[in-house]
Design a protein around this ligand. Structure first.
Ligand code: SF4
Length: 624
């Protein structure tokens, strides 16, 4: 058992550092050593936490061009200044690293007791680097870090690994683990916690696997550093009460995000048969009301009274946790209209620690390749057994599974033909569950998301369907930026965005919470500016890592949406217009303060307090 130096912590407990612990835990798996790295108030208030901390650590410490699956890559578990406090939905951490799938910045958030324990142990983030000689798990208990042999765990799925660890460390411990897919370095493997809460879809699980790290057990017993604990508790309680009386609360508890299946189908944006169509004949069989019929319970993240995980009994008689993205991608996108079977696929993906969105995209891609005779394997739409067998082959990298384990972008390069046109990704990350044939703003949101095509940072499609379905006007670019900045705040704070975006929980709660936690006066505007700083830093990271290969083409979604119109539904004939999309993209860049290549301008970086980033980036690419 190794004990990091703790004396250094004391000098970072000054008034300015309330809300943060003021240090990271750094673990070097190669040398089996852990150390404590302090940070100062300016770092905390400039980058807040979560994605902000992760992006800054990667920018500052990861050598350019590092192979994402090499020991040098860093796997970061980062909390925010609100994580763990008794506030609505405050159980989140961000898991981040350079992505093996995209070669750029990758992250995802997970609601897990690991987040709370990490904070209670006295850290704001854990940064893991190096590679263990043999499989290990880490046991972090307050200020001690133990490297434990994991030979008996290697090869287990993530649920079973966690169950066994719970027998040793108890029900209350915070545990993250990986399954066989991450061990086999599937490039879209993620990190899993609490049997169904997963995050880090651009391959953070593969990074964990590449380090021979099977799991991390977090146990913290300290008190979180609130400036005004009593005020925080009272404000937190008031927030919980307000959520309970929100008009949509009861329905949210019944269906969570699953009602989006019916909504997407009605609006012709439900990804169907590898995004050929936006409507699915079997939509109601996999929607929110169908889920209610097989629902067993609700599951959720720590400190949350909205518990949106719909636990259902799946086709194999086991329990699986569903949300919209996995139902759409493993349901309509592969032509499967049986929710019990969709749930089983979803559970299997979580057990293997394969990202459900990317898996659904890879399966849809493979079925289409089979249909078009690009591969010899016979796989058909809506066939559960075939999909399950292929998912297993992806996890173990057998046969065709080995090709798909690289993600659809690389699979298309290997299979050839015109498959690149219908390999549905942006920058290598498979697109989440909204078809964009008739949604230009959502296509832009995917094109410019900080991690590749992901919905989380700008769910503009709700606004777009209500306001202007057809247009490419500048208000669309402005709306995408507004949402990306607002949602980016949540990725830094360590709280879930759903109270605000789904129930209308007022945004002004968050500056209040921050005041009580940190003693600092943040406004929504200052938080927006921090979020903008972080997205520019993330953008700079991508450009640096693409090392001369950066181009605005990387912000363009796949050809299918421009070239193959919808053949069904009320928006039949609809498709994106490439010239208009390019013009919208340029408007977006201009509003961001980026040049026509999508590279932040020097002046913009300077305005955001990122002058050093500008200097370093100008060694890689000429800045305007
Ligand atoms: S609303 Fe859902 S995702 Fe958000 S904290 Fe609660 S359970 Fe987790």
């Amino acid at each position: 058992m190794l004990e990091p130096e703790t004396s250094i912590l004391k000098s970072f407990k000054g008034e300015l550092m309330y809300g943060w612990n003021g240090c990271f835990l750094k673990v070097d798996l190669s040398r089996r050593k852990s150390t404590v790295e302090p940070f100062d108030a300016s770092f905390a208030t400039s980058f807040l936490g979560g994605r902000g901390f992760a992006a800054k650590i990667l920018w500052d410490t990861l050598p350019t061009g590092t192979d994402a699956l090499s020991p040098e890559n860093k796997l970061i578990f980062a909390t925010g200044p609100l994580t763990g406090f008794p506030l609505p939905n405050s159980g989140k951490l961000v898991v981040a690293s350079k992505s093996p799938l995209t070669g750029g910045y990758g992250d995802g958030n997970i609601g897990t007791f690991a987040a709370v324990h990490l904070r209670k142990a006295g850290y704001d983030a854990a940064v893991v680097e190096g590679k263990a000689k043999k499989p290990v798990f880490l046991h972090m208990r307050d200020k001690t870090v133990e490297f434990v042999d994991a030979a008996d765990y290697w090869g287990l799925d993530s649920f079973e690994a966690e169950r066994r660890l719970r027998k040793i460390y108890g029900r209350a411990a915070g545990i993250v683990s990986i399954g066989q897919g991450a061990e086999k370095l599937v490039k879209f493997a993620c990190v899993v916690s609490q049997e169904g809460r997963a995050g880090g879809r651009p391959g953070m699980g593969a990074v964990m696997g590449s380090k021979n790290l099977k799991a991390v057990v977090f146990e913290g017993s300290g008190t979180l550093p609130a400036a005004k604990p009593e005020e925080l508790r009272e404000e937190g309680l008031a927030g919980y009460r307000e959520i309970l009386v929100k008009p949509d609360y009861a329905f949210w508890k019944r269906q969570g995000t699953l009602s989006t299946v019916e909504w997407s189908n009605e609006n012709s944006v439900l990804p169907t048969c590898n995004y050929r169509e936006g409507i699915f004949a079997g939509a109601e069989k996999i929607g929110g009301y169908a889920a209610e019929k097989i629902k067993v319970s609700n599951r959720g993240c720590p400190n949350c009274n909205m518990t949106c995980g719909n636990v259902v009994k799946d086709a194999e008689g086991k329990q699986a946790e569903l949300d919209y993205e996995n139902v759409a991608m493993l349901g309509s996108n592969i032509g499967l209209g049986d929710l019990g079977q969709v749930a089983a696929l979803n559970r299997i993906a979580d057990e293997f620690s394969l990202d459900t969105i990317s898996l659904g995209s890879a399966l849809g891609f493979a079925i289409e390749a089979s249909e078009k005779g690009l591969i010899n394997e016979k796989i058909s739409w809506g066939n559960f057994e075939e999909a399950k067998a292929l998912a297993t082959n992806i996890a173990y990298r057998h046969g065709l599974g080995d090709v798909l384990a690289e993600g659809v972008c690389r699979a298309a390069a290997k299979l050839g033909g015109n498959s690149a046109d219908w390999a549905m990704h942006v920058k290598g990350l498979e697109i989440s569950a909204y078809d964009c044939h008739t949604a230009p703003a959502m296509a832009l949101a995917y094109g410019t998301s900080p991690i590749g095509a992901h919905h989380k940072d700008a769910w503009v499609i709700g606004w777009e369907t209500e306001n202007d379905r057809e247009g490419y006007g500048e208000e669309k670019a402005a709306k995408v930026i507004e949402l990306q900045n607002a949602r980016g705040i949540f990725e830094c704070l360590g709280v879930c965005r759903f109270p605000m975006v789904n129930l209308g929980f007022e945004r002004e709660w968050y500056p209040k919470y921050l005041k009580a936690a940190t003693a600092q006066q943040f406004t929504w505007e200052t938080l927006n500016q921090i979020s903008e700083r972080v997205s520019n830093l993330v953008r700079a990271f991508w450009i640096r890592e693409y090392n001369g290969m950066w181009s605005s083409e990387l912000d363009v979604p796949p050809k299918r949406w421009f070239a193959e119109p919808l053949s069904q539904g009320p928006l039949k004939g609809g498709k994106l217009d490439r010239a208009k999309y390019d013009s919208l993209l340029q408007t977006y860049y201009a509003k961001r303060g980026w040049d026509e290549r999508g590279v932040p301008k020097k002046e913009k970086l300077k305005q955001l307090g990122l002058s050093e980033v500008a200097d370093q980036l100008s060694n890689k690419i000429q800045l305007v």
